[in-house]
Design a protein around this ligand. Sequence first.
Ligand SMILES: [Zn+2]
Length: 159
Amino acid sequence: MKTMWAPWRMEYILGDKEETCIFCSAISEKDELMLYRGDKTIVVMNKYPYINGHLLVAPVRHVAALDQLKRSEKGPLLETVEKAIGILKEAMQPDGFNVGLNLGKVAGAGVEEHLHFHIVPRWFGDTNALTVFADLRVIPEHLKATCDKLKSYFKKLSL
Ligand SMILES: [Zn+2]
């Protein structure tokens, strides 16, 4: 099995964990990494991505588990995942995606208390490319540039 090399994640792993929920504060403070803010769902760039274009899709409401979602929230959540994948396909032409939920610390959840889907675009050979391009100083620029690019797509999104 190949392991993805993402050294900038050490900044997250070793850094002070934020006290407040990052999703709720992204909503209230109009985070610059916020790509979409709907009635029921949000899309934000992962500040500590495994790879460029790594998005997080979350319900607006602060809930930790799928069974805490209302029926009226489940549809829009999946639809937002679908649309986000569509936008990444158009904007970044990945060869595939990893999409999933990390439920619980043991499963790798960084923010356990606010449910969120990870959408990770994948390119053939990206595990090799990452070892070449991985550089702490470059990543924030990647993040900002990708964010600006994706914002223009999400602007047109309505659910
Ligand atoms: Zn929250």
